[in-house]
Each structure stands twice: as structure tokens, then as C-alpha cells.
Design a protein around this ligand. Sequence first.
Ligand code: MTE
Length: 299
Amino acid sequence: MKLNWSDVTPKRDFLNRRAFIALGAAATIASPAVALTGRASAYSTDEKPNSFEEITNYNNFYEFGMEKTDPAAYASKLTTDPWSIEIGGMVDRPGNYDVADIAPDNALEERIYRLRCVEAWSMVIPWLGVPLSGVLKKIGVQPSAKYVAFETLTRPAEMPGLSSPFMSWPYREGLRLDEAMHPLTLLATGLYDQPMPKQNGAPIRLVVPWKYGFKSIKSIIRITLTDKQPVSTWNVLQASEYGFYANVNPQVDHPRWSQASERRIGAGLFAGRQETQMFNGYGDEVAGLYAGMDLKTYY
Ligand code: MTE
């Protein structure tokens, strides 16, 4: 089954969204709203996506502050053009690559994924992006590489949250190479047919839908192929609470709260919580990556 978000969004919302985009284009002649289209994907869920307003106003992006509304309030200052990603380490063709070369508009796929935050809330987001595997294949991964490390930009003048001593910057994340090469793993450059909103990690971020949201690192400037397990910011901050793997797992509770259920953002006051699914519902695709591993030890 191949679905686009327009297929799973009530027609009324869809038309409103189109009208909104058209309005934006008319109102800002200097920088018209760019409408992108991504090819529909068999990996998309048919669950109803959250609204654009929900997805862009309830965020975690600590470089802009700790509150859910801080990214929407402060990320507009971020300069995202020009932007390149330094890809290096154990690769055949290291270098600085433009976002447009990594994820050209005509290569974009739409992936409607569930996002499950470790804080036990969730959303459904219609991303636009390219599989990370294709990018890594073009760069040429050397046989010695076992992991992929990612790093977010640090620019204090534009990111007020960096003055917080609470975290150690830059925000960093990592995947095992087979996780990075999995077809679900996306480098996303947009959502809802538009370039990535800054609060969601413009111009390019990772999306790993079977892991807690903190693995999906935003505004990436560096990707390094390595033979050592990379630093994960949350794991370094509090290893007993946030593991390197961070696979969504309703059977392994966070020390301070249950992971058995989640609150779907926008579901309404009386909707109740829903059960959290193993691997966030992507078990058929990814369980094989962890065959033989004790997921209570490797949380
Ligand atoms: N990436 C960076 N650089 N900084 C962050 O604070 N927060 C993570 C992740 N990526 C974060 C980040 C967390 S905790 C979550 S849940 C998701 O981004 C949230 O993505 P969203 O705001 O697009 O929904």
C-alpha cells in the first residue's frame, strides 16, 4: 500500500493546507513558499498525521531552549543557507557535501512515520527525505567502519540554548552501521511538502522511527564513519536513563516513568493513552537487527 499524506488527511485539512501554502506564496514574493513533492512509500503508516501546527509548535531542540515552545520561538534566527555536511572517517570519498547534493528535491520520498519520544508522547509526521543508506553507498563505506556518528551545528549567536550548562554540546548521536543502512532510516529535509521547518531540524536531520526521538538528531553538520561506538548526548548525560540503542520498548521502563503507554499529541483530553508498541510498531522490519541481543541490557 502506498499512501501520501493527502490520502490520510481529511480532505478539509488538506485543502486548508494547500490554501495556506498558496497564501504564503502570494504574501511573500521575495521568498515564495516552496512546495516539494515526495514519492509515496510503502514504509508510510496509514495513521492520520498530526497537523503542521502541532508538529512545528511542540518540539524538543535544546539548542534553542528547554521548553517545548522554545524552538518555535527562537529557531527562526538560525541561518540554514548555505549549509554543507562534512562526511568523513572510514569512507572512500570524504568531503563537504551540499544538502542539495545529498538530498536533491527530485529524489525525495515521503515517509509518514510514528515518532515516539522517550518522554512518552508521540506524533505521526509526514517527512520528506532520502534513505541514509543511499548516501552512504555513494560516499563509499570502508570495511573497517562499524558505526555512524552524527553531530549538530553549534552557533551560540543563533542558538540561545547553548548557554545552558545542563548539556554538553554539540548534540551528538550515533547508529550501528546496519541500523544506519536500514531502509527505514531517513535523512529528512522537509515535512508536509515543505522544506524542513527550522524548529524541526532544518535543513537536514536524521529520522529513525523505531528508536526514541532523541536518536533523530537535528541540523546535522558532520557525519563520521568509525569503528568505535559513537557518543550519544543523552547517554553521556545520564546513562542509567538513556541507552545507546534507545529502541522503543514498552517492557523496559525509564527509571522515572513507565514506557508501556504514550500520549498522542493532539488526540484530545478524553482520548486516553495508547499502548506503546515494541520498536514503535516497526518490529517486522527491524527486529532482526537485534536477534540474540538482550534488549534489557542493551536498552
Ligand atoms: N536534535 C538536536 N540537535 N537537539 C535536540 O535537542 N531533541 C531530540 C531530537 N533531535 C534534539 C534533537 C528529541 S528528544 C526529540 S523527541 C526529537 O528531536 C523531536 O523532534 P521534533 O521536534 O521534530 O518532533
